[in-house]
Ligand binder design. Structure first.
Ligand SMILES: *Cc1c(COP(=O)(O)O)cnc(C)c1O
Length: 390
């Protein structure tokens, strides 16, 4: 039996058999079960923000698990309190936190905040092709039809508008609107940034009718675009912010923050979870934030992201239409729907990338990626594209 056979026999068929089984990693390099090394340009969906086996993460998690691994929501620990304070400090606006374990849980918590705030009769505005997670509340607000439609109806009025169209958004946000939820850049749709001014327009549309603005920064947050949070580029403060992915550097964690009055929507008992605020996860997140700060990884993400993006834009190949995105979060646009083959060809060349759409490749490498590593991908890209057999 190969591991592929074991995988097929053991797991529900929602997950296709993966192309590689990873055994370990160091920095931005990972190794598979056959001993092959790869430059990891995807970081497990924008999660391993410090790369692999980073000494600061290893030390923080090891020390905390040796102290106390779990306290539960009825008690608390120092790491979870410090982490909540730290995140609010980084955003610079007073707010209150609820910790959970994943992105979809964070958005489900946001969904309950919206419902509690506005009642059952108002509607939510969300974005076409947006992605907010796979549990029922988050899925109801997810615009990607292929994953939303098979599981409806959801019993909630969610109205979808085209992403980036400020006029369409304004028209959709009327007195009956409870909230607008959106990503600052659409990740799963293929790394599609909002046009300049869009977040401001969303903020104004919400303010005009008293609707909550919910920003899903689960993928864009924690330095991915070169600021702590992507909304800081435009200086727009949401009422509710959700985070997960890169925060724990690979240890599961998620959270929702409510700013101002949105921090006090829940009454005692309104929401909860056994593992939220877990001290090991909180310690991991504190190590990630400390390392980003200490090593100047926000500026580094901009510098290496610009280098990578300019290098890719300079590659002249009939399959490459261009590059979009910012910081260490890029979408390579292809002229043909061959992203799956490009991913395979990249893997053969020693690079892990993601075919996020049929005609788009996503890069979301560790924030610690070096200039030399970025250049190695740029140099290899023409041959990777040549290696695509239609
Ligand atoms: C990944 C993602 C989610 C869901 O997070 P999970 O941890 O997979 O549940 C939600 N929103 C966005 C923008 C994401 O990228």
């Amino acid at each position: 039996m190969t591991w592929q056979d074991d995988f097929k026999a053991s797991f529900m068929p929602n997950r296709p058999v993966p192309p590689v089984l990873l055994t370990h990693g160091e920095g931005s390099t990972v190794w598979d079960s056959e001993g092959n090394a790869y430059l990891d340009l995807f970081a497990g969906i924008a999660v391993s923000s410090l790369g692999h086996a980073h000494p600061a993460l290893v030390a923080a998690v090891t020390a905390q698990v040796g102290r106390i691994a779990h306290v539960g929501p009825l008690l608390t620990s120092e790491p979870e309190i410090r982490l909540a304070q730290r995140l609010i400090e980084l955003i610079g606006v007073p707010g209150k936190v609820f910790f959970c374990n994943s992105g979809t849980e964070a958005n489900d918590a946001a969904f309950k905040l919206i419902r509690k705030h506005a009642g059952p009769d108002k509607y939510i505005v969300a974005m076409e092709n947006g992605f907010h997670g796979r549990t029922m509340g988050a899925l109801a607000m997810t615009g990607k039809k292929a994953i939303r439609e098979p599981f409806g109806p959801y019993g909630v009025d969610v109205r979808f508008v085209p992403y980036g169209d400020a006029e369409a958004l304004k028209a959709a946000v009327t007195d009956g609107c409870a909230a607008v939820i959106l990503e600052t850049t659409q990740g799963e749709a293929g790394v599609i940034p909002a046009p300049a001014g869009y977040l401001t327009a969303a903020r104004q549309a919400c303010d005009a009718v008293g609707a909550l603005l919910v920003l899903d920064e689960i993928q864009s947050g924690i330095g991915r675009t070169g600021t702590w949070f992507a909304h800081q580029h435009e200086g727009v403060i949401p009422d509710i912010l959700t985070l997960a992915k890169g925060l724990g550097g690979g240890i599961p964690i998620g959270l929702v923050i409510g700013f101002g009055p949105a921090g006090d929507i829940f009454a005692p008992g309104d929401h909860g979870g056994t593992f939220g605020g877990n001290p090991v996860a909180a310690s991991a997140a504190l190590a990630v934030l400390d390392t980003i700060e200490r090593d100047g990884l926000l500026a580094h993400a901009v510098k290496i992201g610009d280098l990578l993006s300019a290098g890719i834009a300079g590659v002249d190949h009939p399959l490459l239409a261009g590059v979009r995105g910012s910081g260490l979060w890029l979408g390579l646009m292809l002229t043909e729907p061959v992203a799956a083959q490009v991913r395979e060809s990249a893997q053969r060349a020693g690079f892990l990338v993601n075919n996020v759409q049929a005609d788009a490749i996503r890069l979301a490498p560790p924030l610690t990626l070096t200039a030399e590593e970025a250049r190695s991908f740029i140099d290899a890209l023409p041959a990777i594209l040549d290696g695509v057999t239609a």
